[in-house]
Design a protein around this ligand. Structure first.
Ligand SMILES: Cc1cc2nc3c(=O)[nH]c(=O)nc-3n(C[C@H](O)[C@H](O)[C@H](O)COP(=O)(O)OP(=O)(O)OC[C@H]3O[C@@H](n4cnc5c(N)ncnc54)[C@H](O)[C@@H]3O)c2cc1C
Length: 259
């Protein structure tokens, strides 16, 4: 898609350069997919030179510009499974970024699922300074994020304890190679359990159980915690189907982690 109104691409770009009519450019796989007549400049983050992955004692820092191909090679089972939920060719995997996935805020964003399930934190840089936001609160609706005008997502931090925890994963699509309609991740936080629901809902829902819950407790939490109108309706699945699979998968991850 040609963005005919764009007159300039600033590269490399930083926070101070943003002005109305600008968009941050990462891999461009979403940005270049639709007409954007309001845009006049692109601020290119792909040349910022941020190291893709930084392993620290307290966890893993993922640059927003880290590509899906780079994070898929990080050697972590849940990370790999979330990348597998990103059903695209190697050409897309090599340009699409983790940050772009969060900022596009599509319900099926597998990096949103990963970050929310592992208690990830977003580092945001903006004209008025830096701030952090949990990944689960970064996406606030379909295509909507907590970013203010001029703010960019710099990195995502995944804490070491969450990366070490046992996890169970279920993903469902209408078609064998379709975009995720439901993605549920369970994480064992002995003695408790955390269940994260994405893809079926307009934003991530993280349900925490301080003690290992019974099937009934999980089902009640899903019913009370996720309103019916929070389930997505689009070509990738109707809300009733998504709600049904969410409940089924939540029970499956609960059972898998109870073993
Ligand atoms: C074949 C195909 C399959 C796909 N499958 C999936 C899928 O399964 N799930 C899914 O969620 N998406 C999917 N996508 C959409 C897209 O590829 C991903 O969401 C991708 O991660 C977007 O990253 P990007 O780097 O290309 O973002 P871009 O297109 O560069 O940017 C996306 C948006 O985020 C903003 N942005 C990007 N980076 C930052 C930043 N650091 N700070 C602030 N704003 C920023 C941009 O301004 C833009 O509005 C698919 C696309 C294709 C073509």
């Amino acid at each position: 898609m040609d963005l005919n109104t764009v007159a300039d691409v600033i590269s490399p770009a930083g926070v101070g350069q943003w002005q109305p009519g600008d968009a941050w450019l990462a891999g461009g796989t979403v940005l270049f997919a639709e007409p954007r007549p309001h845009l006049t400049r692109l601020l290119d983050l792909s040349t910022a030179g941020w190291p893709a992955l930084t392993r620290r004692e307290d966890g893993l820092e993922i640059a927003a510009t880290c590509t899906i191909a780079e994070i898929a090679a990080a050697g972590h089972e849940l990370v790999e499974r979330c990348c597998d939920a990103f059903l695209a060719s190697f050409k897309i995997w090599n340009v699409a970024t983790v940050g772009g996935n969060l900022c596009a805020a599509l319900p099926a964003g597998p990096m949103i699922a990963l970050g929310a399930a592992l208690d990830g934190t977003c580092l945001l840089l903006g004209p008025s300074g830096a701030r952090t936001v949990p990944v689960k609160d970064f996406v606030v609706g379909e295509g909507l994020t907590a970013l203010s005008p001029g703010e960019l997502l710099r990195s995502i931090h995944l804490p070491a304890a969450a990366l070490r925890a046992r996890a169970a994963y279920r993903q469902g699509s209408l078609h064998p190679h379709g975009r995720s309609g439901v993605l549920v991740i369970g994480r064992l936080d002995e003695p408790g359990l955390t269940i994260t629901v994405t893809a079926s809902t307009q934003r991530p829902y993280v349900l925490r159980f301080p003690a290992f819950p019974s099937a009934e407790v999980v089902q009640i939490a899903l019913t009370e915690g996720i309103p019916d109108n929070a389930y997505v309706t689009d070509v990738h699945g109707l809300p009733a189907w998504r709600r049904h699979l969410t409940r089924l998968y939540a029970e499956q991850v609960r059972q898998e982690l109870s073993a």
